[in-house]
Write a protein that binds this ligand. Structure first.
Ligand SMILES: O=C(O)c1cc(=O)[nH]c(=O)n1[C@@H]1O[C@H](COP(=O)(O)O)[C@@H](O)[C@H]1O
Length: 276
């Protein structure tokens, strides 16, 4: 039987001894010159990076806007087919941050899992439970829900105080607790918490127990690996998909781009493993 996303992720953490998630955010302007006249550059570049970094990856995370803005959704689908064929133990998270009324959410489910063949998808919870339910119902797939995002404006709304135990707490903590308690009946949920917020990582970990975290914000956004691992790892020293895109993808703009990406991914894996 095909493993679920969660089973695949846990198996990969174990067998490859890595918590690195390789983000695939193609920006043709940053590609090496050799791709200048390649009509299939988006696919070819991402494939080369993925093949070079797979041994250090617990997951791949293609970001959908980076394909859709180029009219390259077909390249995204073919890339995911390639990832599954060439690296069968490495689950693929489609970063699409979807969220809409139920009938539209159903179509987003079909987009992520039928059209693109992803194993998991990122979802925005702010339309409420019914907007996420079609994703949650897919027990075989992963649902990676935004909790405390990595960007500078994360606090604008996610930190607004909401009533709790006679006082208040920030909204993201309410989101974390609600999802862990009520939305995770199939055990297929993970949370996004930014690497740029070590204190919030610690707080969310205390609320949700061993639920996996997708942690973007390492590398280009400046998150600190040691603080992330110390504050967010689970009791068994895992529980994390520490995601990096640009720092790996564009480590070199010369012909050694794939080797440079592999080196970055290995250095990140080793830095994480030293702190586990
Ligand atoms: O869901 C995400 O992946 C995500 C959530 C978040 O809070 N912050 C965040 O940066 N991301 C994504 O993670 C990637 C980060 O890219 P780098 O900063 O280049 O590593 C981008 O694709 C973002 O869209």
């Amino acid at each position: 039987m095909t493993p679920t996303f969660m089973q695949a992720l846990r198996a990969r953490w174990q067998s490859a001894d890595t918590l690195v998630c390789v983000g695939l955010d193609p920006e043709p302007a940053k590609f090496p010159a050799r791709f200048a006249n390649d009509p299939d550059a988006v696919f070819a570049f991402c494939r080369d990076i993925a093949d070079a970094t797979a041994e250090y990856a617990c997951a791949f995370k293609p970001q959908i806007a980076h394909f859709a803005a180029l009219g390259a959704e077909d390249a995204l689908s073919r890339l995911i087919v390639h990832l599954h064929a060439a690296h069968p133990g490495v689950p693929v998270i489609l970063d699409a941050k979807r969220g809409d009324i139920g009938s539209t959410a159903q179509r987003y489910v079909a987009e992520a899992f039928e059209r693109h063949g992803a194993d998991a998808v990122t979802v925005n919870p702010y339309l409420g439970r019914d907007s996420v339910q079609p994703f949650l119902d897919r027990a075989d797939k992963g649902v990676v829900i935004l909790c405390r995002t990595s960007n500078p404006g994360a606090a604008d709304l996610q930190d607004l105080p909401v009533a709790h135990a006679g006082g208040t707490r920030p909204l993201y903590q309410h989101v974390a607790e609600t999802i862990a308690r009520d939305w995770n009946g199939h055990g297929n949920v993970s949370l996004v918490v930014g690497a740029t917020w070590p204190e919030q990582l610690r707080e969310v970990r205390a609320i949700v127990g061993d639920m996996p975290f997708l942690v973007p914000g390492i590398g280009a956004q400046g998150g600190d690996v040691e603080a992330v691992v110390a504050n967010a790892k689970t009791a068994d020293g895992a529980g994390l998909m520490v995601s990096s895109s640009r720092a790996i993808l564009y480590a070199s703009s010369d012909d050694d781009y794939a080797d440079a990406a592999a080196r970055e991914a290995r250095v990140l894996r080793d830095a994480i493993n030293r702190c586990r």
